[in-house]
Design a protein around this ligand. Structure first.
Ligand code: FNR
Length: 417
């Protein structure tokens, strides 16, 4: 990020550093309503207090024993950052170029369904926060607002995430709507054609629309601010993109229809077909196997997201950061490789970029931040990432993201017990 854009984000006051220069990388904590939320873990804790337990768990949880979820976070500890302070990084340019657009830092908001359950109009709040922070926003197929409503905010760059449905006509329709609404990139998620086994949701009796069991109802009753905030949004909660005139459009009917629509027989044939009908950048999300990455390049994908859906699908699949090196080798620089899963610190982003990733997508932290403050919460969360990336690079003696590379990393024993 340039110094000029740094000043545009006013969620924290500039602190005076030990050298006397005003440097936001030195700011110890935010002020005002987010005062104590000085890192992503604190935002998660605040979301736990703000949300009914079943809603919190819907975002926080993952599949089965949640091994992949935990490993996503822990994998970053297996690599250490190797600083060269005498390189002198008085200011850092965090920006990256991605699909012809410059992002203020190497972050993208990940597609996350039902963001509107965490804050009224959650998708548009998040999209605006991404835009103000200079990063890209990826809309989910399962947004509460329609993709056209999100596009109506004019935030850019905006990407649209889709699935392949048994009804190819419906798939095409979704893609054409994204094109008409001028989304700049299409993201095909390949790892959700069958729903993962999310046991926290089963335990909590979490359904769509939310109808909580006894424990959930008790937990909800203590979350008065969320209830008040959501009182008009909850009865209207639905999967906006699936609403059809003349059909049952309540969220329960749509959730059932959606599960039936997904095609577990998804193959490269559908990838080829989508590649043909979408003219802009085409990104495949959910790649973990190097052979699949290699083939994605051959089939004309413009980008890959190394992802295990935040551990929500196949428990026991590799952590994204663990899978990244083999995929980067398979792709060998031909297209940008992004990653998501477990990114909770600016230093995680720096490690991913130094390993060769073009950018990281941020999933859960966005939903936690929405729950604590809507757009301002998401802006605050992105401000934390920005300051942490900036500080990490400064401490490492690296002035530009393009100067990050494997020479900045060494294996570490942090993660070993
Ligand atoms: C997701 N994710 C997701 N991915 C996608 O392609 N389409 C979607 O609709 C959703 N929905 C969704 C809902 C919720 C509640 C979560 C937590 C996640 C996965 C998401 O895009 C991303 O891959 C992970 O969230 C990344 O991991 P972290 O950042 O949450 O650890």
């Amino acid at each position: 990020m340039t110094n000029a854009t740094r000043a545009d984000i006013r969620d924290v006051p500039l602190a005076v550093s030990s050298t006397g220069a005003g440097r936001d990388r030195d700011t110890p904590a935010a002020s005002g309503r987010f005062k104590r939320l000085y890192n992503i873990a604190e935002i998660r804790k605040a979301a736990l207090s703000a949300l009914p337990r079943p809603v919190f768990d819907f975002a926080d949880g993952a599949a089965e024993d949640e091994r992949t979820l935990r490993r996503n976070v822990e994998a970053f500890a297996d690599v250490a950052l190797l600083p060269r302070p005498l390189n002198g990084a008085a200011s850092c340019d965090l920006s990256v170029e991605l699909f012809g657009r410059r992002l203020a830092m190497p972050l993208v908001i990940a597609p996350t369904g039902l963001a509107g359950l965490f804050w009224p109009d959650g998708e548009r709040e998040s999209a605006r926060a991404a835009s103000v922070s200079g990063i890209a926003y990826c809309a989910s197929h399962g947004s509460v607002c329609t993709l056209e409503e999100i596009a109506g905010t004019s935030v850019e760059p905006r990407w649209m995430q889709v699935f392949v449905y048994k009804d190819r006509g419906f798939t095409r329709e979704m893609v054409e709507r994204a094109d008409a609404a001028r989304y700049s990139a299409l993201v095909l998620t390949i790892d959700n054609q069958l729903l993962g086994n999310r046991e926290r949701d089963l335990r909590n009796g979490f359904t769509i629309p939310p109808r909580f069991g006894l424990a959930g109802t008790l937990s909800t009753a203590t979350k008065v601010p969320w209830l008040l905030r959501m009182r008009t949004a909850l009865p209207r909660l639905t999967f906006g993109n699936y609403v059809r005139p003349g059909h049952a459009n309540d969220i329960a009917s749509l959730a059932g229809r959606l599960a039936e629509l997904l095609d577990p027989g998804l193959s490269w044939a559908e990838v080829d077909w989508l590649r043909k009908i979408w003219r802009g950048p085409f990104i495949i999300k959910g790649v973990l196997h190097p052979d699949e990455a290699r083939e994605a390049v051959q089939r004309g994908a413009d980008g890959i997201v190394v992802s295990n859906h935040g551990g929500r699908q196949l428990d026991g699949s590799p952590a994204s950061f663990d899978a990244l090196p083999a995929i980067l080798e398979a792709v060998s620089g031909r297209i940008p490789v992004l990653m998501d899963g477990g990114v909770r610190r600016g230093s995680d982003v720096v490690k991913a970029v130094a390993s060769g990733a073009a950018a990281c997508l941020i999933g859960r932290p966005q939903l936690w931040a929405l729950a604590v403050g809507g757009m301002a919460g998401v802006q605050h969360m992105l401000g934390i990432f920005r300051r942490e990336i900036d500080r990490t690079m400064g401490l490492m003696g690296v002035s530009r993201t393009s100067d990050l590379g494997p020479h900045c990393l060494v294996p570490s024993r942090f993660g070993r017990r």
